[in-house]
Design a protein around this ligand. Structure first.
Ligand SMILES: Nc1ncnc2c1ncn2[C@@H]1O[C@H](COP(=O)(O)OP(=O)(O)OP(=O)(O)O)[C@@H](O)[C@H]1O
Ligand SMILES: Cc1ncc(CO)c(N)n1
Length: 262
């Protein structure tokens, strides 16, 4: 194959391969997109939780991005765990400088509910990066943290989505809900339309990487030139199958599968 779309992830490394950039690259590969990764953090984590986080010096993120972009421009890019305000500014420079689709997957809380970034950095992400994002993919807890809305039902989700679109200035928002309604519901809001996709909650303890994988599918599909609604539908199908085929790896919560065929 002489030509292939490129997708770039700017996120952290999980050495056990369940989430973060390794999950992103597995997803890009599954979808026939060439994956690249610029690392923001190294984490020490496993199926039982995140133990330590080591930040890469921001200048070295800049080195990684400048090496990538001076050589081949990715067709789409996503961000995951961004640990410092300096890194937010560096990422913004590349998004502003190169007009490519940008998917922001905010990583504010760990699966175990622990806050990973402070509110100052969370606000910086919202004010500096979100206005340049094609789409942001928060779960319910992240949506509450970023909009200040206490979400109890679907109308609160819509109110929060309007804050993302009208006050924060993001082009579209895709809110994932696997916590509130007892169903796995996802809501896409753009300035012109709303799409809701709903499925049953699959009972599994092996859910590591589900959020990273969902946003990686969206990024891969945008890299291929697909529109956001088709990318959303594909991401929903992908994660559903990936959860159904998850693995019992480790003593705690295992990873979802990236071997699936759609
Ligand atoms: N148990 C489940 N059954 C079916 N779908 C699920 C389940 N858990 C999550 N999903 C779906 O997976 C996608 C991502 O879910 P969600 O946003 O809740 O993950 P997350 O909390 O961001 O994950 P992470 O902690 O990995 O970032 C959504 O499409 C959601 O509906
Ligand atoms: C590196 C990394 N990225 C994302 C997540 C969230 O799933 C995690 N646990 N670790």
């Amino acid at each position: 194959m002489s030509h292939i779309p490129i997708a770039l992830t700017v996120a952290s490394n999980d050495p056990t391969g369940g989430s973060g950039v390794i999950a992103d690259i597995k997803t890009f590969h599954n979808l026939n997109v060439f994956g690249m990764a610029a690392i923001t953090n190294l984490t020490a984590q496993n199926s039982q939780g995140i133990h330590e986080i080591l930040e890469i010096p921001p200048e070295f993120l800049e080195e990684q991005l400048s090496s990538i972009f001076s050589d081949a421009i990715p067709y789409a890019m996503k961000s995951g765990m961004v640990p410092s305000a300096d890194m937010v500014d560096i990422i913004k420079k590349y998004i502003k400088g190169y007009d490519i689709p940008f998917v922001m997957d905010p990583f504010i809380f760990s699966k175990e509910g622990k806050r990973i970034i402070d509110t100052g950095l969370q606000n910086k992400l919202a004010t500096t990066l979100l206005p340049y994002a094609s789409v942001v993919t928060p779960n319910i807890k992240e949506t509450e943290a970023m909009t200040g809305i206490d979400i109890k039902d679907e109308s609160d989700i819509k109110t929060a989505a309007n804050i993302f679109l009208k006050e924060i200035g993001v082009k579209s928002v895709l809110i994932n809900d696997s916590q509130m309604t007892g169903k796995a519901c996802d809501y896409l809001y753009t300035r012109t339309k709303e799409v809701k996709l709903s499925g049953p909650i699959i009972k599994s303890k092996n859910l590591r990487g589900v959020g990273s994988t969902f946003s990686a599918v969206i990024t891969a599909e945008l890299a291929k030139g697909q529109d956001l609604e088709s990318a959303f539908r594909k991401a929903k199908m992908f994660v559903t199958k990936a959860i159904e085929n998850g693995f019992d790896i480790g003593k705690g919560n295992g990873p979802i599968s990236h071997f699936i065929e759609l």
